[in-house]
Design a protein around this ligand. Structure first.
Ligand code: LLP
Length: 432
């Protein structure tokens, strides 16, 4: 299997995504090009949703974490699939509004939401605001009062769970800028305070322990800790918490050595823990929310590049440079993330040499894949980097004044542009 199950190879030895020949896509739309398989995105949504129905009686909601890939197109898919949306900035919220996303299924996150963003959220009747800290709680209460509303809130809680992933994307431990901690009593105190405020209503607690996590244990541990906390809040404050939001973070396969578990297993096992602890603590079963981002869109995306310069530095390294790089995929330079590449026009060829795929930015760290085994790559080849659907387009930049690539979605053999390629004129749009 080519990392993601939607990828195949046709009789011409070309890489195919869904039913589309990637070499043809590159010709038609140019490179670099983000390609998304709409079918697989929808299938992933349904896997989570069905698991929630099967293992937890549908007493929950899956929120897609928009930060993984936020476009009008993806927001509309999530609306159609009946998912909720986790937004993390005014910009993501604005996109959801413009996509016509039902606001009661939106959950607003962030460790430093501005007053303007909070106002925008309350005014637009966002379902839940996940309050990060004491300062924000006061600010939100004041804003909601001014607008004559009572806002449903959850609290972002650090459960103190160590997740085995890159330190930049670990968030459950006390030394994190996100949320309030359990272990020093902060979480309890903020809920107590909120219970006495007039324009916010505490409906839930939230945690998110990190991202690209393969191990299921930290998720189970976090669920156990959070339900126990719900029990403590009930015992000490007499306050019933209705919603338990367990965040996202489920790992996906970028390379053959990654071994993620099936997505529905998370809900299956987490449900068991929640039910068990809720019974032990004599609290009602909470409505469960989860917020997968990467696992819904990453496997559905690939990026196509055209190979330019091939530089073989004898006894040192062979660099293959492509027409994109860190501006469209900054994940190697940020986290030394690993990816798999395929020569789209020669997809079955056996690997023969170790090469480094480099980008075109003025930066030595502008690498897409370091030291990877590939067949011989030639100038003009179309190179596909796999599993780029999450945190690529959404983290892209115009570094070196490089216009962002187009995003094309494929469905049943039909390809359509869902985000236009930026032009040089676009780059100057705000220059005065
Ligand atoms: N919920 C919350 C509150 C989050 O902070 C995140 C991710 C998610 C859900 C979704 O997590 P996912 O299922 O996508 O792992 N830029 C990094 C990932 C940062 C994740 C930030 N928060 C990367 O490229 O790996």
């Amino acid at each position: 299997m080519l990392v993601s199950k939607n990828l195949t190879i046709n009789s011409e030895n070309h890489l195919v995504i869904g039913k589309n020949d990637t070499v043809e896509l590159a010709k038609e739309f140019g490179t670099p090009l983000y390609v998304l398989d709409e079918d697989l995105i929808r299938e992933n949504c349904r896997t989570y949703k069905n698991a929630m129905d099967k293992y937890y009686n549908g007493n929950g909601l899956v929120f897609y974490a928009n930060k993984a890939l936020c476009t009008l197109f993806t927001c509309r898919i999530m609306a159609e699939e009946g998912l909720g949306l986790d937004v993390v900035s005014g910009g993501e919220l604005f996109t959801a509004i413009k996509a016509g996303f039902p606001m009661d299924r939106v959950c607003f996150h962030g460790n430093n939401k501005t007053a303007t963003e909070l106002e925008m959220a309350v005014e637009n009747n966002v379902g839940y605001i996940v309050v990060d800290n004491d300062f924000e709680l006061d600010l939100l209460d004041t804003i909601a009062a001014k607008l004559g509303k009572v806002q449903d809130i959850m609290f972002r809680i650090k459960p103190g769970v160590d997740a085995h992933t890159h330190s930049f994307i670990q968030t459950g431990q006390i030394d994190s800028k996100f949320g309030v901690a359990l272990e020093n009593g902060e979480a309890f105190e903020i809920i107590k305070k909120a219970a006495g405020l007039s324009n916010v209503k505490v409906v839930g607690v939230h945690c998110h322990i990190g991202s690209q996590i393969f191990d299921i244990e930290p998720f189970l541990k976090a669920a156990e800790i959070m339900v126990n906390f719900i029990g403590d809040v009930k015992a000490k404050l007499g306050l019933e918490i209705d919603i338990l939001n367990l965040g996202g973070g489920y790992g996906i396969r970028y390379t053959k050595s990654d071994d993620p578990i099936e997505y529905d297993k998370y809900i299956e096992h987490v449900s068991e823990v929640v039910k068990k602890v809720a019974e032990e603590r004599n609290v009602k079963l909470p409505f469960i929310c989860m917020e997968p981002g990467r696992s819904i869109v990453a496997p559905a995306g690939i990026t196509l590049y055209t190979v330019g310069c091939v530089k073989d530095i004898k006894n040192v390294r062979k660099y293959i440079s492509v027409d994109g790089g860190m501006a469209d995929n900054p994940r190697y330079i940020m986290y030394e993330s690993e990816y798999t590449a395929v020569i789209a026009n020669n997809a079955n060829a056996a690997p023969t040499e170790t090469v480094t795929i480099a980008g075109k930015c003025c930066e030595s760290g502008d690498i897409l894949i370091k030291d990877t085994k590939m067949p011989e790559i030639r100038v003009g080849d179309t190179l596909a980097v796999l599993a780029t659907g999450a945190y690529n387009y959404s983290m892209s930049s115009n570094y070196n004044r490089i216009p962002r690539p187009a995003v094309v979605a494929v469905l049943d053999g039909v390809a359509k542009v869902v985000v236009k390629r930026e032009t040089y004129e676009d780059l100057l749009r705000n220059d005065l």
